[in-house]
Design a protein around this ligand. Structure first.
Ligand code: IMP
Length: 191
């Protein structure tokens, strides 16, 4: 079974193939499509609808994810990639996050990953995964990407950036959303 994924990111495509073995995964870049929704679910559907129009009768999916910090009223949220401005820069985003949390007693945060799917018959499906934790006082670890060096997942003394890819996938927002995608596709393998 083939599925089109709305991304230009080879790393994301590889990760999806690893978590969804047996699927033929093909990228289709939704370039130029504006992510104007106020939340991850809305943006995931904007992207998947854009590519599904080009692949009638095929499975299509798109994801949108980011970090929400309680003490910052859910920021960075849908602006996670560009929290410190354009172009997207993880080191600057992390520095701004630490600055905005200076003196905060509550450092609770969670990642969300929303994956929108369109089936060959046109029906729409949604898988959402979350991972709760806290923002560290300083970065640690060299793995992962984005806010990983600052995110301490619940039940762990280490940051996401200190976990192996497999260990992170087992508990991450993306890993959890993709596990749900596997359940959705498992029941409907056609086309
Ligand atoms: P995307 O929607 O998956 O491209 O993610 C948007 C932004 O959210 C990324 O650029 C990162 O800043 C942040 N983000 C999403 N997932 C993760 C993660 O697993 N670790 C760290 N940062 C993440």
């Amino acid at each position: 079974m083939k599925i089109f994924v709305a991304t230009h990111n080879a790393h994301k495509l590889r990760e999806i193939s690893q978590i969804l073995p047996g699927l033929e995964v093909a990228a289709d870049d939704p370039e130029g499509v504006e992510e104007t929704a106020p939340d991850f679910v809305g943006n995931a559907f904007i992207k998947v609808r854009a590519i599904a129009a080009r692949h009638p009768g095929a499975w299509c999916m798109a994801d949108d994810s980011g970090l929400e910090v309680d003490a910052l009223d859910g920021a960075p949220g849908v602006r996670s990639a560009r929290y410190a401005g354009e172009p997207s820069d993880s080191a600057r985003n992390n520095a701004l996050l630490l600055k905005n949390l200076e003196g905060a007693s509550d450092r609770s945060a969670h990642f969300t990953c929303a994956i929108a799917l369109i089936a060959p018959d046109g029906t729409e499906h949604l898988a959402v995964g979350r991972c709760f934790g806290k923002i560290a006082l300083s970065p640690s670890g060299a793995g992962g990407f984005g806010y990983d060096p600052l995110f301490l997942p619940e039940g762990f003394a280490t940051s996401f950036a200190e976990l192996s890819a497999d260990a992170k996938n087992a508990i991450s927002h993306r890993g959890r959303a993709l596990a749900e995608v596997r359940r959705i596709l498992g029941g409907r393998q056609s086309a």
